[in-house]
Write a new protein. Structure first.
Length: 136
């Protein structure tokens, strides 16, 4: 996966100090952060980053196609910087931990499409992570 900051540089996106720490907060493997988590990570590097700047930057990055906005089952939005690899998600139903998974895409036969033109597929595997499974 190409890192978000590298993709933004290649697009010529203006990287202010605030935008840089927000983009850096989205780096790593299996990142699916809420806006508040991004705010916390960004403020750790640059304390003066405002909530409004984080929200507007995340919105702009979604509009640019550089982040996926995922609405979790609990209604919270999460942001995924992995837009370069086709993938699905594995989500813990208890704690909300979300991981990228690379499973075969499901296919619909012509008779199962009912005349629809399939444009995209989203699969979410709901499960219980090892930590939550041991809490029972």
């Amino acid at each position: 996966m190409t890192q978000l900051i590298d993709r933004l540089r290649s697009r010529g996106w203006r990287l202010t100090a605030q935008r840089r720490v927000i983009a850096e907060a989205m780096s790593g493997e299996h990142v699916h952060a809420t806006a508040d988590e991004v705010l916390g990570r960004a403020r750790a590097a640059l304390p003066e980053v405002s909530r409004a700047t984080v929200y507007s930057t995340l919105s702009e990055l979604v509009s640019l196609g550089e982040l996926l906005e995922i609405t979790h089952a609990d209604g919270r939005k999460r942001y995924d910087p992995n837009v370069t690899e086709r993938h699905h998600h594995l989500v813990c139903v208890d704690c909300g931990q979300m991981l990228d998974v690379h499973a075969d895409d499901p296919r619909l036969s012509a008779d199962q499409r009912h005349g629809f033109e399939v444009l995209d597929v989203e699969v979410t595997f709901r499960a219980r992570c090892p930590d939550c499974a041991t809490d029972d």
